[in-house]
Write a protein that binds this ligand. Structure first.
Ligand code: MG
Length: 305
């Protein structure tokens, strides 16, 4: 494997769905332009859940109809089930994300079924997406701990990750839903996931910074060959189904870490800081958070939105 890493930007979906303020489709498209300007190539743009469930993302179809034509960029949409998949395909997306929780209780609260029932339904989605010439990405949530069950055995995470990969997912994203991960746990989980036959090229890591260990977990995963990392500019978002979950790790922090290590991300930190500052302003946050801090550290001038 090369030393380059790929950033998967989740601010427009995972970020916005956990913010109270609903921003307009126009503002989302402006934010998307800023993300593209920063050089991002994998962007999760929305979710096809029932609009009444997540009003922040109720404009999914309209947003997709207005996405810029970019052959070099993959726009991703989250689909909870077959119906969501059909809506996403109708809206022109063929890069789809699904979600399964490693713990049954979290899966039931989220999707009203056991993890393995959801996994079986995901198989059909992966096959349809493949037939459409697209790609499928399976989030495996609560891979480092569950808000209801506590510890989740790494062996179970490995098994489910292996089954998702065998079922046809191009990528499996290990989600630290409540930010309970640690470098030691990352090592144990990845060891089980590799043992289950999932290659590093098919893996991504999605961490939350609840305990301030998110960047350590990213670093540990990198040392263990993972090259895909999820981030949300300005650290917006969390998980609405996991009480107490802190926000996503800020994309700026991930890019900053890899810049310090001399690892190529293809993303311009100044552009990313601009996008983060813009989104923080749109959401009515008083500061750009990590964007502002990193910009200050790097002596970058960041535009306000
Ligand atoms: Mg998240």
């Amino acid at each position: 494997m090369g030393t380059n890493v790929e950033l998967f930007e989740v601010s427009l979906r995972d970020g916005l769905q956990n913010e109270k303020k609903v921003i307009s489709t126009d503002d989302k498209l402006r934010h998307l332009e800023a993300l593209l300007e920063a050089g991002l190539k994998d962007i999760e743009v929305t979710s096809f859940v029932r609009p009444s469930r997540i009003p922040q993302l109720a404009d999914a179809a309209e947003l997709c109809a207005r996405l810029p034509k970019r052959d070099d960029v993959r726009f991703w949409g989250l689909v909870p089930n077959r119906k969501g998949m059909e809506r996403a395909l109708d809206a022109g997306l063929d890069h789809l994300c699904t979600v399964v929780s490693a713990s049954d209780t979290h899966n039931r609260k989220n999707l009203n079924r056991t993890s393995r029932e959801t996994l079986a339904a995901n198989r059909e989605i992966f096959q349809t997406v493949r037939a459409e010439g697209g790609q499928a990405r399976a989030y495996l949530s609560t891979a480092f701990g569950c808000p209801y069950e506590g510890d989740v055995p790494p062996e179970r995470v490995g098994e489910l990750a292996g089954e998702l990969y065998q079922a046809g997912a191009h990528f499996v994203a290990l989600g630290d839903t409540i930010g309970s991960g640690s470098p030691e746990l990352m090592q144990r989980v990845l060891s089980e996931v590799y043992a289950a036959g999932v290659p590093a090229e098919a893996l991504a890591v999605h961490v939350h910074d609840t305990q301030g260990t998110a960047l350590l977990n990213v670093y540990t995963a990198y040392q263990l060959d993972v090259r895909r990392f999820d981030g949300s500019v300005a650290g917006v978002g969390g998980c609405p189904y996991a009480p107490g979950a802190a926000g996503n790790l800020a994309s700026e922090r991930i890019v900053h870490l890899f810049e310090q290590m001399g690892v190529e991300t293809g993303v311009d930190l100044r552009g990313l800081a601009n996008a983060g500052s813009q989104l923080a302003t749109l959401l009515g946050k008083t500061s750009g958070g990590p964007s502002a801090l990193i910009a200050q550290l790097k002596g970058l001038h960041v535009r306000s939105a």
